[in-house]
Design a protein around this ligand. Structure first.
Ligand code: SF4
Ligand code: SF4
Length: 85
């Protein structure tokens, strides 16, 4: 499982999938715990991107600090698989 696949939805909501990049808009998202949060329209309740294969370029090129530091620690031969959401 990649770092992004293991990332909890609360972190995704705060770091990389808080809003749809092309419009900047947030929509209500109901979580399994019963809470409703605001997030990107493409994020589902499991923390996965509904349009992963066609996600905007900004999503493809974004690396959070934790992802970047893991990549640096592992080095180029052990780059973690990049997979948002
Ligand atoms: S880039 Fe990956 S590890 Fe970083 S917050 Fe987003 S899903 Fe989590
Ligand atoms: S990866 Fe998907 S869910 Fe996350 S911000 Fe981009 S379009 Fe939205």
């Amino acid at each position: 499982m990649s770092l992004c696949e293991a990332c909890v939805i609360e972190e995704k909501i705060h770091v990389c999938c808080a809003r749809y990049p092309l419009s900047g808009k947030r929509v209500p998202l109901g979580l399994a715990c019963g809470r409703t949060v605001l997030a990107c329209r493409e994020l589902d309740a499991r923390g996965l991107c509904r349009s992963y294969d066609t996600r905007p370029e900004g999503c493809r090129s974004f690396y959070c600090d934790r992802y970047a530091s893991t990549e640096r620690r592992l080095g180029p031969a052990r780059e973690p698989e990049k997979r948002h959401s």
